[in-house]
Design a binder for this molecule. Structure first.
Ligand SMILES: *Cc1c(COP(=O)(O)O)cnc(C)c1O
Length: 372
């Protein structure tokens, strides 16, 4: 029987949550059993503790746990009470949640091109996407690299726009020394298991410095109420559950160490893959702390490179294979697909706290072999 060639190499995976768990097993197991013993499954002390600790970690005043990152964006938008049909600008290269939330709130998505070096919102593109109907910007800190928040906030105050930070890929990233999630009007986090801070299921949070907005978001996420059956308006059910909150509180303690490891791996790639003709490495602006949710390289031979790495047992990803305006979901919108070219060239190399130095070296060697 012939074996697939990849079996001769140890698999190098983009993610290994079981390996991560084994490193923190005692803490996680006792957190889970404490929640079960207490019965605090919804809106209990574990939620409160995690919300306080996450806000403190970021340097924000308020944190509201919700069911997932997509709901976080939707609830944040709803809390702003924008007029029906208002335009909201979203980067063309992101996960669909960033734009889906806009449409679900009865608002109109306007896609904006991305900076060809940093892959986040392009400031000139942003300026030209603004119309009199524009009311908000969703600033996605894509791949873990912050958007250029200075010019974005200046433009927003000039044009009287709200800024919602989509921090789903950027826990702990910084813009000029300030944590992302503390700069815009509201910020949304996802704790999807594979994110830099991930739960063992779905989870999300809204972070802000405005007590009124935070309260509004908390009520929207909990059936429009503050007290048990005293509903002030129709909301929805989107709560972070107690088990996930307790798990997240444990994992938050390790986030900085895991982030430093991601940055060290990125440095190792930057060094090992420097100056290969035909291969573009991710850039980092000098004002940025990049937390490398993804390490995305570019080459015109992307599919070939991906196949070559696969044959060496190295699993890679593509984030994202289609820019949002190129998706069937947005066929109705007839928008420009300015960033389409990028989607043909990008490849995400494995990165994460699970990787060993020798594994990163094996990826570097395999990429070098390909371009040799
Ligand atoms: C993961 C992600 C989301 C959505 O988070 P979920 O928790 O999966 O709903 C939103 N925006 C971006 C950029 C993401 O990567």
């Amino acid at each position: 029987m012939t074996r697939p060639r990849s079996n001769f190499f140890p698999m190098i995976k983009p993610l290994d949550l079981y390996k991560q768990y084994l490193g923190i097993q005692a803490e996680i197991d006792s957190a889970i059993s404490a929640v079960i013993r207490s019965g605090a499954f919804i809106n209990g002390p574990y939620n409160k503790t995690f919300e306080q600790e996450f806000a403190k970690y970021l340097g924000a005043s308020h944190c509201v746990g919700v069911a997932n990152g997509t709901d976080a964006i939707e609830i944040a938008l709803e809390a702003l009470k924008l007029p029906f049909g208002s335009e909201v600008i979203v980067p063309a290269n992101s996960f669909i949640a960033s734009s889906e939330a806009v449409t679900r709130c009865g608002l109109k998505v306007i896609f904006c091109s991305c900076d060809p070096q940093l892959y986040t919102l392009d400031i000139a593109g942003l300026r030209s996407a603004i119309s009199p109907a524009t009311k908000a910007i969703v600033a996605v800190h894509l791949y873990g690299h912050p958007c250029d928040m200075g010019p974005i906030m200046t433009l927003a105050s000039e044009k009287d726009l709200y800024v919602i930070e989509d921090c789903a890929q950027a826990h702990g990233a910084e813009y000029s020394g300030k944590k992302v999630g503390t700069i815009g009007n509201l910020a949304c986090f996802s704790f999807y298991p594979g994110k830099n801070l991930g739960a063992y299921g779905d989870g999300g949070a809204i972070v802000c410095n405005d007590a009124g907005l935070a309260e509004k978001c908390r009520m929207i996420a909990n059936h429009g109420r503050k007290d048990k059956y005293d509903h002030l308006f129709e909301g929805r059910n989107s709560r972070l559950d107690g088990l996930q909150a307790a798990i997240l509180a444990v994992k938050l303690k390790h986030l900085e160490a895991w982030t430093r490891k991601r940055i060290a791996i990125a440095d190792q790639y930057n060094h090992g893959l420097a100056k290969i003709p035909g291969l573009i490495l991710p850039q980092r602006a000098d004002w940025a702390r990049h937390v490398y949710h993804l390490y995305v390289v570019r080459t015109s031979r992307r599919n070939e490179l991906q196949g070559h790495l696969k044959s060496r047992g190295i699993d890679t990803g593509i984030h994202y294979p289609k820019a949002l305006p190129a998706l069937d979901a947005y066929r109705y919108a007839e928008q420009s697909t300015a960033t389409d070219m990028l989607s043909e060239e990008i490849l995400s190399l494995p990165i994460g706290d699970h990787l060993e130095t020798h594994e990163v070296n094996a990826v570097i060697a395999a990429v070098k072999d390909f371009f040799r």
